[in-house]
Design a protein around this ligand. Structure first.
Ligand SMILES: C[S@@+](CC[C@H](N)C(=O)[O-])C[C@H]1O[C@@H](n2cnc3c(N)ncnc32)[C@H](O)[C@@H]1O
Length: 677
């Protein structure tokens, strides 16, 4: 939990969490972004949480759902190749909008919590004792550098990046940081954060270390045997240098490696290394932080905080110059370049896609630039979801034909196989019906903030709400040919709803429980305030006939609501216990302070909504009101609000089976058991 605290995140920041799953730090970042906001207001900033692993991405999506946030995009890329989303000069010249500040996706903060060998988690994962070997860290070193350098390249000048691992291995830690500093020249500094979080007991980063390989300790790159030089690279050592490599003849000599065990543990006598042989880094690596378990009863982890001072030096160099520099910097003939360095050259070469006329952008180090022709995506590369040829969706509704054509084509075809397209939802008839039905106040920005994941409006099941910041990123993403592979975006706000009572409900969409906290302050119709006893009965019995409410006036009002979704708020001051409901479902408690009127009419009794307000979505049927909250959440909420125990339940009135009135589009009942009394 510590690395995000060193990011110094503010509510207006664009944050990239490069290796984010399962999402505990993403959650924290979102909390920080929301923290200083007035409750219920959406911050100007946003988080992109990325992870390579689809399954882990799903965990992250599940984990962050509790935040009910419209300010999150979850992507699914190799972090080292995270897209630059940069509009090419050619695209701008051909009429595609090129605002100076919106032509490239750069971040104020980047969290680089890289995959690591994980020895810092030994206390909670004792299995690591058996599984860990030095080769794990050595194998990750180059990837860690690539991810971190990509992170720096996506960072705005003046921005901050935190590099962290849960390992104590210097090859994964100080060696990576040192290589970032070397690669970035003077454009990045390692910050001294000793005055930040003073309560945190930390130790300085190492300046000298040895590298372990197949049972041998190596003091510098010259100790690396020739046949191991693919796996052990100069950047693993404190100096980062590859000079003084021993001759191939010497290097070929076997140092007893044949006696090694499979996992590289000590079946050989270690070579004795004199302290004087060990390299010492001349970089200020003591500014890194090592947290060790025995200092404050924690896991072990490593944190480095980097500040971007200027664009990468590479920016003003032609690729050919860069190649020369890379070669000369390492004082090595080209054939001796390690894989690691060859990758650098590949990166630079990719920058020449546009013919080298334009100065390359560091954010595009590993991306092919998108030009207008790239907007005409290969028709074969279509998403399975794309079936209709109709262009019902127009992003932004701009008149510029080239721009509109390019974007429309992309949207129809989709880009990423297996991932639903992201579509700006523009169906005015549906949006207006939602606005009218719920009496959504005009001050709530609904138009242009709605997203669907289905091309066909008639079959849109879910409508997602996105913040302005996310909307801006999505618009840029369309312009650059949908470089972002988006697994999840925004907050599920509305869901298509049918009822067994026919399609008589005037609005086809209900408010989802995740969306409720955000939209509640702006809902002026279909909303009622219930007494404690009636609210409790709703949670207990799920469906109650209008005539059976204890508060007859409430029952009467409920019967007069329009058929369909409505919101029931627990009347203030009626709760028997002050409870922490934060872990029930964040959506149920994070309400802003906002006075509004029940039933959509001016009332002498406005409902005060604040952070402690409890509200749930319900369904107004012909003869009854049914909750639209899962059975588990009902139970949790009951327990917390009314201390309802199993024993209490046995004393409840006898239940009479009723009919479930509510179904979603999949035909699954929203409420597992719907009963009437
Ligand atoms: C240390 S974990 C991240 C933990 C996460 N930051 C959190 O706080 O919950 C590292 C993550 O990196 C992901 N990963 C591994 N290689 C990756 C790559 N090349 N690009 C992006 N993510 C990667 C793994 O799937 C894993 O989820």
């Amino acid at each position: 939990m510590v690395p995000p605290l060193f990011l110094d995140v503010r509510p207006d920041h664009f944050v990239l969490d490069m290796c984010a799953a399962p999402g505990s730090k993403t959650f924290q970042l979102l909390e920080i972004i929301y923290k200083s906001m007035g409750s219920g207001l959406l911050p100007d900033g946003m988080v992109i949480a990325n992870d390579l692993d689809v399954k882990r991405c799903n965990l992250l999506i599940h984990q962050t759902k509790r935040m009910c946030t419209a300010n999150l995009i979850v992507t699914n890329h190799e972090a080292q190749h995270f897209p630059g989303c940069r509009l090419s000069k050619k695209a701008c010249d051909m009429g595609i909008e090129c605002e100076p500040n919106s032509s490239q996706l750069l971040f104020d903060r980047v969290l680089c919590d890289v995959p690591c060998s994980g020895d810092g988690t030994l206390r909670k994962a004792p299995d690591i004792w058996r599984k860990w070997n030095a080769g794990l860290g050595n194998g990750l070193h180059s990837l860690q550098i690539q991810i971190a350098v990509r992170g720096i390249s996506l960072l705005k000048v003046g921005g901050r990046m935190v590099y962290s691992t849960c390992s104590m291995n210097p090859v994964e830690n100080e060696a990576v940081v040192a290589e970032i500093l070397r690669k970035c020249g003077g454009s990045v500094e390692l910050i001294d954060v000793s005055s930040e979080l003073p309560e945190l007991v930390r130790r300085p980063g190492l300046k000298k270390w040895k590298v372990r390989d197949k049972g041998l300790w190596l003091a510098s790159y010259k100790d690396v045997r020739k046949f191991r030089r693919n796996g052990i690279v100069p950047s693993m050592f404190p100096s980062g240098r590859s000079d003084n490599v021993i001759s191939d003849k010497d290097a070929g000599q076997d140092n007893g490696a044949s006696l090694e065990s499979e996992d590289g543990f000590d079946l050989v006598e270690d070579l004795v290394i004199n302290d004087s042989d060990i390299e010492i880094s001349d970089l200020p690596l003591e500014r890194c932080m090592r947290i060790v378990p025995h200092d404050q009863n924690s896991g072990a982890f490593f944190i480095a905080v980097l500040h971007k001072l200027s664009p990468f030096p590479v920016q003003d160099q032609k690729p050919s110059e860069m190649q020369q520099n890379v070669s000369s910097k390492n004082h090595e003939p080209e054939e001796n370049l390690t894989d690691h360095i060859v990758e650098d050259i590949d990166e630079v070469e990719l920058n020449t896609v546009d013919g080298g006329e334009e100065k390359s952008s560091e954010a595009d180090l590993v991306d092919k630039e998108t030009d207008v022709s790239a907007l005409e995506v290969d028709p074969c590369n279509t998403c399975e979801e794309q079936d209709s040829g109709e262009t019902q969706v127009a992003v932004g509704g701009e008149g510029d034909s080239l721009k509109a054509r390019g974007k429309r084509k992309l949207q129809i075809q989709g880009k990423w196989k297996g991932v639903d397209p992201v579509i700006f939802f523009k169906d005015e008839a549906i949006i207006n019906s939602i606005k009218t039905f719920y009496g959504i106040d005009e001050s709530f920005p609904l138009n242009d903030h709605l997203i669907s994941r289905n091309m066909d409006n008639n079959h849109v099941k879910r409508i997602y709400y996105v913040s302005k910041s996310v909307k801006d990123v999505l618009e840029l993403n369309f312009l650059v040919g949908q470089q972002l592979k988006i697994a999840s975006v925004g907050l599920k706000m509305f869901e298509r709803q049918t009822s067994r009572e026919g399609t008589s409900a005037p609005c086809a969409f209900r408010i989802s429980s995740e969306g409720l906290p955000v939209i509640l302050p702006y809902v002026t119709k279909q909303i009622l305030c219930a007494s404690q006893v009636d609210f409790k009965h709703l949670l207990q019995y799920k469906t109650i006939k209008f005539a059976d409410f204890v508060d007859a006036e409430f029952g009467e009002k409920a019967s007069k609501l329009m058929m369909g979704c409505c919101v029931i708020v627990l009347r203030k001051g009626t709760c028997t216990r002050i409870v922490d409901v934060t872990s029930v479902d964040a959506c149920m408690y994070r309400f802003p302070y906002y006075p509004f009127f029940a039933d959509g009419q001016a009332s002498s009794d406005p409902i005060q909504v604040d952070a402690s307000t409890i509200a749930i979505g319900c369904w107004k049927g012909r003869g009854s009101l049914s909750v639209m909250v899962t059975a588990i959440d009902c139970q949790e909420l009951l327990g917390r609000l009314f201390a309802c125990t199993e024993t209490d339940k046995s004393s409840l009135p006898k239940e009479i089976n009723g009919e479930a009135e509510v179904q979603d589009m999949d035909g699954k009942e929203e409420v597992a058991e719907i009963k009437t009394i």
